[in-house]
Design a protein around this ligand. Structure first.
Ligand SMILES: CC(C)(COP(=O)(O)OP(=O)(O)OC[C@H]1O[C@@H](n2cnc3c(N)ncnc32)[C@H](O)[C@@H]1OP(=O)(O)O)[C@@H](O)C(=O)NCCC(=O)NCCS
Length: 175
């Protein structure tokens, strides 16, 4: 369901040099990530710019004019046949809850399934602050798969979710 104020946007999958600073700003302003995580988010874009597709990082940006409204970063997990990871997904604070995150996630899923991916993994924290994030994944069909107790810090577990393709004939065809 979209609010009246939801802006029109276009998708962009090419990474621009200016995205490094934009990602840094967006992830920092979200209030959800520690400074080290903000640095890593920006580094993934840097790596993509330096190495191209061999970096293993793919991006999708929702863009209105010269403004990035939200983005996601994902890629195949090295050493696996069909498993992919969603590394990052962030929507600008003032646009949250208007459906943009869902659209970003659905575009990533389409890309992953089309590339032969059969499992898309996401991970987040067990902390109460991340309850909306966990709801977001669960409402999009992601099932909790594992909990790593105290992973981030004492009392702060890592929760790993997975979504499997419904593509007929996939090796991991859902039960
Ligand atoms: C998580 C995030 C990407 C979701 O994007 P969004 O645009 O706000 O989410 P949407 O509006 O597309 O919501 C889709 C669904 O998620 C759930 N959801 C989203 N925000 C929620 C909230 N605050 N409380 C409860 N459920 C929520 C809802 O079930 C919603 O489904 P509905 O439309 O049927 O109600 C965004 O809120 C965000 O950037 N959060 C901070 C950063 C973060 O946690 N990133 C993920 C970890 S990398």
């Amino acid at each position: 369901m979209f609010s009246q104020s939801r802006p029109a946007f276009v998708w962009r999958e090419e990474v621009l040099p200016s995205d490094v600073a934009v990602i840094q700003q967006m992830t920092a302003a979200s209030g959800f990530f520690r400074p080290e995580e903000v640095a890593v988010a920006a580094e993934l874009a840097d790596e993509r710019l330096a190495k191209g597709s061999s970096s293993g990082y793919l991006f999708v940006f929702a863009q209105e004019g010269d403004q990035v409204l939200g983005y996601a970063c994902y890629g195949p997990i090295a050493g696996t046949l069909h498993s992919w990871d969603l590394y990052w997904i962030v929507v600008q604070n003032h646009l949250r809850g208007q459906g943009l995150g869902r659209e970003l996630l659905e575009l990533v899923e389409r890309r992953v399934w089309a590339a032969g991916g059969e499992r898309l993994y996401v991970e987040t924290s067990s902390q109460p602050r991340y309850r909306p994030t966990r709801r977001f994944y669960q409402s999009a069909g992601y099932a909790p798969q594992a909990v790593l107790p105290d992973f981030y810090a004492p009392g702060d577990d890592k929760v790993i979710y997975v979504k499997r393709t419904t593509r007929p004939g996939a090796a991991n065809d859902p039960d």
